[in-house]
Write a protein that binds this ligand. Structure first.
Ligand SMILES: NC(=O)c1ccc[n+]([C@@H]2O[C@H](COP(=O)([O-])OP(=O)(O)OC[C@H]3O[C@@H](n4cnc5c(N)ncnc54)[C@H](OP(=O)(O)O)[C@@H]3O)[C@@H](O)[C@H]2O)c1
Length: 246
């Protein structure tokens, strides 16, 4: 049985990735960050033997090291890593900028990816050796259209560069990479079991966003699992199969 570690797995795209890998018979180690949210526990009742919940804050060295140690006690190797967790932060809106909020997204989105690879790589010397990252068109410099200066966008650009450098280092050692843009997804900002889930409708009743989390997860899973003939190239691919510059 193959196994996968998924970060930011408590809800939305991360949770749907967990569910769909379980449905395909994989063993899943789900990174748990929102301890108040019971959705992963509910899923674990359905998959008691194949879903393990691992406390995982990707912004902290010690937490990632401890998570790798916990996974290593249950599995002799890890086939696939999926860095899906993301943080949002500073935005320049009306001229006021709070610079103290700008650093956090880098630490989660870009450095978090590096931390995950650093601490989990010793467990990935055998097996599938696949490293997957959920990035975004928001980090693509050449098509940037937003006008506010967003720390989230900048952090995804930093993630893309970090991946390019890790790819240069690790692809010759047999590691394969997936870089995924999930599209514009209706992700609910639920943090507690009592939070209401938004309807994602505008004032006219039209749906906001283009895809549901399970739809983009369904598009991602085959991309993550299937081999490619061109593993020597790193390409950002979206949920509809289109390649983006990055
Ligand atoms: N939704 C979209 O339209 C869209 C578009 C392009 C790319 N993406 C990418 O898709 C991925 C999943 O996003 P999503 O839409 O499912 O939104 P999401 O629900 O916000 O997913 C990200 C999860 O990561 C968690 N997280 C934050 N800091 C963390 C940390 N230090 N350690 C571990 N987990 C942490 C978040 O918790 P908190 O929020 O409570 O901090 C959240 O549960 C992200 O990488 C995002 O950038 C989404």
């Amino acid at each position: 049985m193959k196994n996968v570690v998924i970060t930011g797995a408590d809800r939305n795209i991360g949770l749907e990735l967990v569910r769909q890998f379980l449905q395909r018979g994989w063993k899943v180690f789900a990174g748990r960050y929102l301890m108040d949210l019971p959705l992963l526990e509910e899923l674990q009742r359905e998959y008691p033997d194949t879903l393990t919940l691992v406390p995982l804050d990707v912004s902290k060295d010690e937490a990632v090291r401890a998570a790798a140690e916990a996974v290593g006690k249950e599995a002799d190797h890890v086939d696939m890593l999926i860095h899906n967790a993301a943080g949002f932060g500073g935005q320049s809106g009306d001229g006021e900028i709070d610079f103290t909020t700008f650093a956090a997204p880098y630490n989660i989105n870009a450095l978090g990816a590096m931390r995950m690879v650093h601490y989990f790589l010793p467990l990935m010397q055998t097996g599938m050796k696949r490293l997957c990252f959920v990035s975004s068109e928001a980090g693509v410099v050449s098509v940037a259209h937003r006008t506010e200066i967003s720390s989230y966008c900048m952090s995804k650009t930093a993630l893309n560069m970090a991946l390019r450098l890790m790819f240069n280092q690790l692809q010759p050692l047999g590691y394969t990479f997936r870089l995924y843009h999930p599209g514009w997804v209706r992700s609910a900002k639920i943090e507690h079991s009592t939070d209401a889930v938004p309807t994602f409708k505008d004032a006219d009743g039209n749906l906001i966003g283009k895809f549901w989390p399970w739809e983009t997860a369904a598009a991602a899973v085959p991309q993550f699992i299937e081999d490619r003939e061109w593993e020597d190239r790193l390409v950002l691919i979206d949920n509809e199969g289109a390649a983006w510059p990055f």
